[in-house]
Ligand binder design. Sequence first.
Ligand code: PPE
Length: 308
Amino acid sequence: MAKIKEAKYIWMNGKFIPWKDAKVHVLTHALHYASSVFEGIRCYKTEKGSFIFRLKDHIRRLFDSAKIYRMEIPYSMEEIVKACKDTILENELEECYIRPIVYRGYYSLGVNPLECPVEVAIAVWEWGKYLGPEALEKGVDVMVSSWTRIAPNTVPPLAKASGNYANGQLIKMEAILYGFAEGIALDAQGFVSEGSGENLFAVRDGIIYTPFLDACILPGITRDTVIRIAKDAGYEVREVMLPREFLYIADEVFFTGTAAEITPIRSIDKMIIGKGERGPVTKDLQERFFKYINGEVPDKYGWLEPLK
Ligand code: PPE
């Protein structure tokens, strides 16, 4: 991945700070104990202006994640929604990735986070295609990870917490160093869970399958989007416990995520999936997804949050 494309300002605890000055102390609690929760959101430029995709749903998940970790965010959801928009406007961007993070700051050091202040920062920057420039069209080669996804009674998967990504990084590094674009983790029972930063779908005989929340997945907003778009288009969608080998015999497999959008998977563990290229259902869903995002179909779910 390329170096982050710096913007001008970062919103930190209610103020705009020049990008290079947006710093924390080295004894910040979150740095030592992963006491932080965050979001990843995309703002898209369309012919009708810039829209932030499902901003309110992302901010709701941010507050859910914080609640799970007993972090009281010193702002309302409405204030954070507005701060996200203000940060984009202040940086004069029309299309970008938005990264709000809520973290335990500098005060005491030790596992107990309760006395450390809860701080909030929002950064925005231009971010291209997550799994490579050709991924959306050509698909990616992935492996099933030797690392297991976090288990339900360890760190809670419904929270999008930084700590979850210790596991995610092991999955991702293994995959990259073995020459794959991404890794798929199985859950503690051995069923398919998700990628290091994406949810997963499989298609067989026109029916769409995806792991249910009990496979310790992050409840992805793109996952929910794809499920609704697919159902609206008349597809049958089944949320199931997905055996690993089902992926090998699927006609199509694809990832979903804010960063990854809808990325086809053409091989898993060096086994060709379907025809080894983006399949027709994946292509159809991608088209419907981007039509929705670009405002080419009515915004029936109110997912397009205008920037201005
Ligand atoms: N699972 C995981 C583990 C995950 O991190 C993401 C998002 C998803 C599923 C998809 O969720 P959603 O974006 O709501 O559809 N991963 C974010 C961060 C990626 C990163 O490298 O950082 C993202 O896509 O923004």
